[in-house]
Design a protein around this ligand. Structure first.
Ligand code: NAD
Length: 331
């Protein structure tokens, strides 16, 4: 059955990992998509898949610069603006920290202005990194965080905090209707191989027979949300009638140590893997687990894909992408 037409959605960062899944889900729900991306961390194959979708247009643009006329001329048709533009993995966002900060502040400002001009609803993908290395566990939206404003992660953490401030100011001033999602670690197919994120790194190293690297002693914890659950949460938040003046945590509350994740990945690997321990990066959070009470209450949302199932799917996808021989492994 054809989905009924739901208007034009701008997805900035739409060629990235989460963005490419979001674009597909929005097309399936009847949206027309204008995807804006500077291709900084997008995988070219994500874009090739997206360009086969109906009602999908790609515009190569950096949100730090004035938005191109190909976008602004559609402002009377735009009903939704999703802002996912920003490299999410530490090595990638630290490669050009000035650009990361500007993407979050100037880029968010440009997209908020677009939403204002269009009378569209705006959603910011913020991050659990606004909680820094948290002293409160699990992390609730009311926790104000323990964030370094001088360290190597601050271009991202403080950039996102500034983007949240700007977004809520737009709402308070009545200039745009806004939603803010604080995303916790998300994984799944179409991630960038070896981009420094723990799931993709461990899987790619295990698949290709390289040493598997663990930073720190592996006792630090994370909570991993499968990408289809995340996309469902983002769309529910955007479409909800909640008062947008509250950020909403989206993530999977099942917490495990990096060592426990590693055990599961190694069990799927085709060959025995050698584990190498490396120093923990500066300001790396020791514990991370979302309190998703607000998302449950406001959006009737919670993750549905168990870690084993999500990891199997991700492993299978990476096996096809990066491990020619590993692709034959029985998983
Ligand atoms: P990603 O790096 O795969 O995707 C980001 C996309 O934004 C890429 O396609 C990149 O080319 C594009 N981009 C970056 N800077 C841009 C700019 N200045 N102009 C235009 N495009 C730009 O990352 P992702 O995992 O898909 O993350 C998407 C969003 O979700 C990001 O904003 C990230 O901060 C947030 N987030 C992700 C996670 C996670 O675990 N994946 C966790 C917390 C927050």
């Amino acid at each position: 059955m054809m989905a009924s037409y739901r208007g034009l959605a701008v997805v900035a960062g739409g060629a990235g990992f989460i963005g490419s899944h979001l674009c597909r889900a929005l097309v399936e729900r009847g949206h027309e998509i204008l995807c804006l991306d500077n291709l900084q961390t997008a995988r070219p194959s994500n874009l090739r898949l997206l360009e086969q979708l109906p009602r999908f247009t790609f515009v190569e643009a950096d949100v730090v610069n004035p938005l191109p006329e190909e976008v602004t001329r559609h402002s009377d048709q735009i009903t939704r603006v999703y802002n996912l533009a920003c490299a999410a993995s530490p090595p990638q966002y630290q490669a050009d920290p000035e650009h990361t900060m500007l993407t979050n502040v100037v880029g968010t400002h440009r997209l908020l202005r677009l939403a204002e001009q269009a009378g569209a609803r705006f959603l910011l993908t913020s991050t659990s990194e606004v909680y820094g290395d948290p002293e409160v566990h699990p992390q609730r939206e009311s926790y104000r965080g323990w964030v370094s404003c001088t360290g190597p992660r601050s271009c991202y953490d403080e950039g996102k905090r500034a983007a949240e401030a700007l977004t809520f100011d737009y709402a308070r001033l009545g200039r745009a209707e806004v939603r803010v999602a604080r995303i916790f670690n998300t994984y799944g197919p179409q991630m960038h191989p070896d981009d420094g994120r723990v799931v993709s790194n461990l899987i790619c190293q295990a698949l290709t027979g390289r040493d598997v690297t663990v930073h720190g002693d592996g006792t630090q914890t994370r909570s991993f949300c499968y990408v289809s659950d995340m996309v469902e949460g983002l769309i529910r938040l955007m479409e909800s009638d909640i008062d947008g003046l509250e950020p909403v945590n989206l993530g999977n509350p099942v917490e495990l140590t990096v060592n426990e994740l590693l055990e599961r990945v190694i069990a799927m690997a085709p060959n025995e893997a050698k584990i190498v321990y490396r120093p923990l990066p500066q300001d790396d959070p020791r514990r991370r687990r979302p309190d998703i009470g607000r998302a449950r209450a406001l959006l009737a949302w919670e993750p549905t894909v168990p870690l084993e199932e999500g990891l199997r799917e991700t492993f299978r996808w990476f096996a096809e992408e990066v491990g020619e021989t590993a692709g034959e492994t029985a998983i």
